[in-house]
Design a protein around this ligand. Structure first.
Ligand SMILES: Cc1ncc(COP(=O)(O)O)c(C=O)c1O
Length: 401
């Protein structure tokens, strides 16, 4: 951000912001007008409840039931199990507060959402990196890590696996349903030795941003999973990042504890914002908006990968994303990408910014942090800036190579 302010011509491919021109301004204006005109208009300007707006919890429960293709009667998706939060970020923070003590261990993708790493650090929670494959979590790496923890006597400190399961930030990888189901079974098989539940925190922030609308069931949908899966997601990315409403479906006793902490934080997410979303969903605007967004991000991702093909040297590799907002780029191992690297400095000289890959790895002293990758975002930059930004980055990479 500071670099951006100091260099007005700088193109940022770093920020995880969403696409400005498609933000639902007209739709939101119409909704706000109708909210403030209606019979119950004053309720939207009043405090609400800590767990959240009832209609929004019901609508969220219905949507999730449909996405997971579960029975409408399923108790596992009951609206009372949902907690609405100020962005899913707040929920992730609250979960860390209620689940972990300093020194506890969380298993986490290598690489993962770097802001989550910050939350872990602030609570003194240790991370153990689990390797990834093109179809998600590497189950062998998961088993090996669990075994190592068991042997070293540290299993009692392990509380959860945190997984950004759809179009991950930063890699774009989606963990397939079969792997999520297998991971849950593996975690369960270590619970006796751990002496407590080991939760799967499934962060589905990018679930609805699949370019072709392809979806895989969440871990909630598996048999006997609902007491171990903590599902977090958001309306920020698929609707408006400025409205910032997130939600979670939590098992007991985590739900009660999280609601209590949420009460201490703010005794409820802004009612007005929640009611905007309720109206957007119930009136069909939300669904229409997502269709538009998917097309938009698909075309921006294509613009980015085409520009990479044109301007990056052959040895630079990436996977074409199928959703989300990010492109994960692998450079040859000897080309460092960190904040102090030649490449980062050269990129700044060329007026383009990326997220150094090493920031996305937890501090896990059982392996070195890779330092030759970068996260690029096609979320907020225009197509013109994406093309120009990649041209500049290609130039910077070639100079350093
Ligand atoms: C993986 C992931 N989870 C959660 C969040 C938090 O988003 P929000 O608080 O807007 O719901 C983000 C934001 O970038 C994210 O990338």
């Amino acid at each position: 951000m500071r670099e951006g302010l100091e260099h007005p011509g700088l193109i940022s491919l770093a920020a995880g912001f969403t696409d400005n021109p498609t933000l639902p301004v007209t739709e939101t204006r119409t909704i706000i007008e109708s909210l403030l005109k209606g019979k119950s208009s004053s309720s939207s300007l009043q405090y609400g409840t800590t767990y959240g707006d009832d209609p929004l919890r019901k609508l969220t429960a219905q949507r999730l039931t449909q996405m997971d293709k579960c029975s409408k009667q399923s108790k596992d998706y009951h609206p009372d199990r949902f907690l609405i939060t100020h962005g899913s970020q707040q929920l992730l923070y609250i979960l860390n507060e209620v689940l972990f003590d300093p020194g506890d261990i969380v298993l986490i993708e290598d690489p993962s959402y770097f802001v989550y790493l910050g939350i872990m650090q602030s609570h003194g929670v240790r991370g153990k990196g689990i390797q990834m494959e093109p179809d998600g979590l590497d189950l062998l790496s998961l088993e090996t890590t669990l075994n190592t923890l068991k042997k070293s006597g540290e299993l009692a400190r392990l509380k959860a696996l945190y997984l950004v399961s759809y179009h991950s930030n930063p890699t774009g990888v989606t963990t397939c349903a079969a792997k999520k189901e297998a991971a849950l079974k593996i975690l369960k098989s270590y619970e006796k030795a751990a002496g407590h539940p080991i939760y799967l925190i499934e962060d589905a922030a990018y679930r609805e941003l699949s370019f072709i609308g392809k979806d895989t069931p969440s871990a909630l949908s598996f048999n006997n999973a609902s007491d171990r899966v903590i599902y977090t997601s958001t309306y920020s990315k698929p609707f408006a990042t400025g409205i910032r409403v997130g939600y979670g479906l939590l098992p007991e006793p985590v739900l009660t504890a999280a609601t209590r902490v949420k009460g201490n934080h703010d005794f409820g997410t802004a009612n007005f914002l929640q009611q905007i979303l309720s109206k957007a969903i119930s009136g069909g605007k939300y669904k229409e908006h997502i269709q538009k967004l998917r097309k938009r991000y698909a075309s921006k991702a294509r613009a980015m990968t085409r520009a990479c093909e044109k301007h990056f040297p052959e040895k630079v590799k990436w996977e074409n994303p199928e959703g989300g907002l990010y492109l994960w780029v692998n450079l040859p191992k000897k080309i460092k990408t960190g904040l102090k690297s030649k490449l980062f400095k050269q990129a700044l000289k060329q007026q383009v910014l990326y997220v150094p890959g090493n920031l996305c790895y937890c501090d896990d002293d059982t392996r070195p942090k890779p330092n030759h990758q970068m996260r690029l975002s096609f979320g907020s930059a225009s197509v013109k800036d994406i093309e120009e930004g990649i041209t500049r980055l290609g130039r910077a990479i070639k100079r350093v190579m």
